[in-house]
Ligand binder design. Structure first.
Ligand SMILES: NC(=O)c1ccc[n+]([C@@H]2O[C@H](COP(=O)([O-])OP(=O)(O)OC[C@H]3O[C@@H](n4cnc5c(N)ncnc54)[C@H](OP(=O)(O)O)[C@@H]3O)[C@@H](O)[C@H]2O)c1
Length: 192
């Protein structure tokens, strides 16, 4: 495990939200034509699974869900995944939902359900909205040693749909950097 015994701080009045992405060195998280996926290695996929085991709820954006919702549901049903969750004292069945437009209400509803750690897996448009509302506390980011390049409208970067004004760009603090083979596994906290 890359993050054994991972612990997140308690946030007052809402869950602790964290996200996990893999991107190329030139910051691309997806290409809108086939052939580029997966961006990360098998180890990156293991880290994705590992980070899911710590969550009380998993959120996908609408487009991510359309693309990967079925695969995700299947992987959450795997006995090995459920066993890992049980070991951590978590409900073996990880609640899995699609993000909505009113994130303050969503956050409050999740808090009322008792969820402490909520994993927002993106996509970049949903992540942009969460960041805009100061609702992302940590970012796990895998840097894959690739450069995809770009043509207008064909690629997605980590955050889409929001441009933060120069005086209020998001500030991050690196918490850890773990190189494995050719990939870098970064963990940041976000100053909200
Ligand atoms: N490399 C990685 O680690 C990684 C991770 C995740 C996703 N991805 C890729 O990212 C792509 C999907 O990302 P995406 O940015 O296109 O879509 P997305 O973030 O999955 O979904 C965005 C859509 O969700 C709806 N939505 C509902 N509530 C929202 C809110 N509060 N804020 C923003 N949108 C909200 C909107 O559609 P309506 O207005 O129609 O409701 C919006 O267009 C996929 O291709 C996936 O493979 C890559």
């Amino acid at each position: 495990m890359l993050y054994p015994k991972l612990k997140f701080p308690i946030v007052s009045g809402r869950p602790f939200f964290y996200t996990n992405f893999v991107q190329t060195v030139d910051g691309k998280v997806q290409v809108k034509v086939p052939g580029y996926w997966p961006i990360g290695s098998k180890i990156d996929y293991q880290v994705l699974t590992e980070l899911r085991t710590y969550a009380d709820c998993l959120i996908h954006g609408k487009n991510l869900y359309l693309e990967f919702g079925d695969i995700t549901k299947k992987s959450l049903q795997k006995e090995e995944f459920k066993k890992l969750r049980k070991k951590l004292g978590k409900d073996p069945n990880l609640p899995f939902i699609v993000g909505t437009h009113d994130l303050k209400k969503l956050s409050s509803d999740l808090y009322k359900k008792g969820y402490k750690n909520v994993l927002v897996e993106g996509g970049p448009t949903l992540l942009g909205s969460f960041l805009k509302e100061d609702l992302i506390d940590e970012i796990f980011l895998t840097i894959s040693p690739k450069i995809f390049g770009s043509e207008q409208g064909k690629t997605l970067t980590l955050v889409e749909g929001v441009l933060f004004p120069p005086n209020s760009t998001k500030k991050l603090k690196p918490l850890s950097i773990k190189p494995i083979n050719d990939e870098l596994f970064l963990r940041y906290s976000v100053e909200n």
